[in-house]
Design a binder for this molecule. Structure first.
Ligand SMILES: CC[C@@H](C(=O)O)C(=O)SCCNC(=O)CCNC(=O)[C@H](O)C(C)(C)COP(=O)(O)OP(=O)(O)OC[C@H]1O[C@@H](n2cnc3c(N)ncnc32)[C@H](O)[C@@H]1OP(=O)(O)O
Length: 321
């Protein structure tokens, strides 16, 4: 089997066993998420021609809106794409803020889940077309593409179970953002649409690569080639949506967010180190070559075996005799 350069790199970086020595020294299972991220690292680096500092400065100079983050005691964080005057389109500074929020979440060791929503009852209409015009030259466009691919890849790899709460429109880059979450919940009337063809584009934030892995090649081709408007019914049918919400009775987003938290709660109830370890073994199974994934799973197992939750469960089971 011919391994891609990336897989060969991963095998070198993560040769079976290497994780074990390091991880056994890792005291906090939560730290494992950072360990995995560091060892797999960003998709693009300076060594690969990515001029992060320069593009960060250029994007920062394109202001508007914000990316708001609330980390809750429950271990569920809520990230809001907040630019309602522009249907929550991403300005340049919002792209930088997204990367900063991902960094904050990578350091949040008590976290278990993440819900991404848009402000004012709509999700996100992609890149701010005014920002896009300002960086429409090939060099800046490629750097923005790499900046967002790095940020969204790290978002999907977070040791948190993540949900995109899609109310209203998720278009272009907004559709791509939904694919950078583990799950998508759609509210009645919600639409996920890869409008890139209408812009003379293909996805640039990694949305095509992730979409194929979610819905398969044929459905991805139809969605991109037809710029299909995926509503909740179609979303469930093709596997893009993992659930459809009852919807806000009063039109506010509050009920939808509560519903999304209740839905996510089914999968995040339990000690944070265990929930984070579950996400980490799935990330490695999803991204790493089998033998590396197996040894990574063993190493993650080693961080919870005999841990507080395991010992407490054993003690309670013993009482059941
Ligand atoms: C690499 C780029 C690519 C990517 O990231 O992969 C992209 O994302 S390119 C952008 C792709 N997105 C779009 O093409 C969507 C553009 N917007 C729309 O189609 C519509 O606005 C809408 C989202 C369907 C909503 O339509 P509607 O309800 O009729 O509202 P308006 O159209 O009047 O929008 C209200 C207000 O918001 C501004 N707006 C909306 N989307 C954007 C955007 N992407 N960039 C900048 N501004 C946006 C719109 O101009 C209106 O503003 P005013 O005219 O000042 O009222």
């Amino acid at each position: 089997m011919v391994l891609s350069a990336a897989s060969q790199h991963l095998l070198r970086v993560s040769r079976p066993g290497a994780w074990g020595q390091h991880l056994l020294k890792v005291s906090r299972p939560g730290a494992w998420g950072q360990h995995l991220l560091r060892r797999i690292g960003s998709v693009y680096t300076t060594a690969k021609g990515f001029q992060e500092k320069e593009i960060r400065e250029k994007l920062q100079a394109l202001p508007g809106g914000s990316i708001d983050l609330v980390k809750q005691e429950s271990g569920i964080a809520v990230l809001t794409v907040n630019n309602p005057a522009r249907m929550n389109a991403f300005s340049g500074s919002m792209m930088v803020e997204l990367e900063e929020r991902v960094s904050q979440l990578e350091e949040w060791t008590e976290g278990k889940g993440l819900i991404i929503q848009g402000a004012a009852g709509t999700f996100c209409s992609g890149s701010d077309l005014n920002a896009v015009r300002a960086i429409s030259n090939p060099q800046d466009g490629m750097m923005m593409c790499m900046f967002m691919q790095n940020a969204l890849t790290r978002l999907l790899r977070l040791p948190l179970l993540s949900v995109a709460l899609v109310e209203g429109s998720a278009l272009g880059g907004g559709a791509e953002l939904t694919t950078a979450c583990d799950f998508r919940l759609m509210a009645p009337g919600g639409v996920i649409q890869f409008v890139h063809k209408h812009m003379g584009l293909v996805p640039g934030w990694g949305g095509a690569a992730r979409l194929v892995r979610i819905v398969g090649g044929q459905n991805a081709l139809k969605m991109l080639g037809g710029a299909l408007k995926v509503d909740p019914e179609m979303g469930l049918q093709i596997g893009l949506a993992d659930g459809v919400l009852e919807g806000s009775l009063d039109g506010s987003g509050a009920n939808a967010l509560l519903e999304a938290e209740q839905w996510l709660g089914r999968y995040t109830t339990g000690p944070a180190p265990v929930i984070r370890a579950i996400k980490n073994v799935v990330v490695s199974g999803r991204e790493l070559p089998l033998e590396v994934a197996l040894s990574t799973e063993r190493d993650v197992f080693g961080t919870v075996w005999g841990g507080p939750a395991n010992l407490q469960a054993l003690a309670s089971k013993a009482k059941h005799k």
